[in-house]
Design a binder for this molecule. Sequence first.
Ligand SMILES: Nc1ncnc2c1ncn2[C@@H]1O[C@H](COP(=O)(O)OP(=O)(O)O)[C@@H](O)[C@H]1O
Ligand SMILES: O=C(O)C1=C[C@@H](OP(=O)(O)O)[C@@H](O)[C@H](O)C1
Ligand SMILES: [Mg+2]
Length: 194
Amino acid sequence: MMGETTPQSREDEAPRLARTIVLVGMMGAGKTAVGRALATRLGVEMRDSDAEIVASSQLSIAEIFERYGEPFFREKESAVIARLLEGEPCILSTGGGAWMSEGNRALLTERAAVLWLKADLELLWSRVRHKTTRPLLRTSAPKKTLTELLAAREPVYALAPLSVHVQADWSIEETAERVLAVLAEAGAVEGYAR
Ligand SMILES: Nc1ncnc2c1ncn2[C@@H]1O[C@H](COP(=O)(O)OP(=O)(O)O)[C@@H](O)[C@H]1O
Ligand SMILES: O=C(O)C1=C[C@@H](OP(=O)(O)O)[C@@H](O)[C@H](O)C1
Ligand SMILES: [Mg+2]
């Protein structure tokens, strides 16, 4: 009968990505964790530019910075992002510095739906302070370094077309739901019903 929803047609109406969804934002904002939850929620692949670089080089991010320096890491990061954008639409979590490159911004803006996970300093600090995995914070005053990085980068993150201001009392799942709602509103995810 017309208008009746069969199981098959419901399946056809499952949320669908119009383009790859890219999460940008500071270290500790939750790009990797929320990206993973988002991908599970949508039933699509989740890729993380840092994880791709680690897998292909067989070195940790910290080791890459130590041995070859940040410019080398940034080259790899840009190459990984360009390669992943060639594939099927997916969730792509970037490293915090990826969006600082004008070339990356141009490519991502053209080819993907970019969402900034905005987070305040104290929340970021609470999430990164006990980790040793982020070479840029291996300074004598890491909180000051994080503060300065945030101040320098925030105007650039603000160029992202979409954003969600994450809150300390949101779970990873709840954050993913809120991100999804913003993406659906922007038309980046089709067929999403809460
Ligand atoms: N509600 C939350 N949203 C995002 N991350 C959270 C949350 N609660 C705890 N975390 C933790 O914060 C840390 C930083 O998250 P991560 O996804 O690595 O950030 P990023 O990739 O943006 O640097 C991880 O250990 C993550 O599990
Ligand atoms: O902000 C940055 O410049 C970086 C963030 C890290 O990723 P996360 O943002 O996922 O921690 C990682 O790419 C590298 O340590 C550099
Ligand atoms: Mg990450």
